[in-house]
Design a protein around this ligand. Structure first.
Ligand code: ADP
Ligand code: MG
Length: 144
C-alpha cells in the first residue's frame, strides 16, 4: 500500500491509524533517509496508542526509548548511530519487543530480518511530499 503525504502532520496520521492494528509483539520497520519523517510517524503511532506524542523525541542520540501509559508499551529504537552488526544483534530487539510495540528507525541496518513485521518505507518527493510504502515483511511476506 502506498500513501502520499504533504506534511509532518499527515505522516503522523498514518502512524495514528496504524496504532489500532498493532499489539504486543508487533514490529514496525522504518526505512528512509534523514528527515524522511520516520520520527514523525512514530509520534503519531504513540498518540494512537494513547501515549502523549510530545514524549516522543528523536532517539538518534539515545538509541532506545520506552514509552508507557498507553494501551501497550512502545519501544522506539533508532539504529542511525550503530554500524556494527554484532552491536545491533546484542540489543536483543526481538526479545525486548515481545511485550511491546517495537518501532525501529533505520531498520535496514538490522543484520537479520525480524519475522512478521510491517515495513514502512518513506521516500522524499518534491518539497514536503513523502511517499510511504507499507509492506508486511519477514515470514508473513513469503508465499506459503
Ligand atoms: P526522520 O526521523 O526520518 O529523520 P523526522 O520525522 O525527524 O525524520 O523529520 C522529518 C522532517 O521533515 C521534519 O522537519 C518535518 O517537519 C519535515 N516534513 C516535511 N514534510 C513532511 C511530511 N510529508 N512528512 C513528514 N515530515 C515532513
Ligand atoms: Mg528520526
Amino acid at each position: 500500500m502506498t500513501i502520499t503525504t504533504h506534511s509532518q502532520e499527515e505522516t503522523a496520521d498514518v502512524g495514528r491509524r496504524l496504532a489500532p492494528t498493532l499489539d504486543r509483539g508487533s514490529v514496525l520497520l522504518l526505512v528512509g533517509d534523514l528527515g524522511a519523517g520516520k520520527t514523525a510517524l512514530v509520534r503519531g503511532l504513540a498518540e494512537g496508542l494513547g501515549i502523549a506524542p510530545e514524549e516522543v523525541s528523536s532517539p538518534t542520540f539515545t538509541l532506545m526509548q520506552e514509552y508507557r501509559g498507553g494501551r501497550v508499551p512502545l519501544i522506539h529504537v533508532d539504529l542511525y548511530r550503530l554500524n556494527d552488526a554484532r552491536e545491533i544483534d546484542e540489543l536483543g530487539l526481538e526479545e525486548l519487543g515481545l511485550d511491546s510495540v517495537l518501532a525501529i528507525e533505520w531498520a535496514e541496518k538490522l543484520p537479520r530480518p525480524i519475522a512478521d513485521a510491517v515495513e514502512v518505507r518513506i521516500e522524499h518527493g518534491d518539497g514536503d511530499e513523502r511517499r510511504l510504502t507499507l509492506t508486511p515483511s519477514g515470514s508473513s511476506a513469503l508465499p506459503s
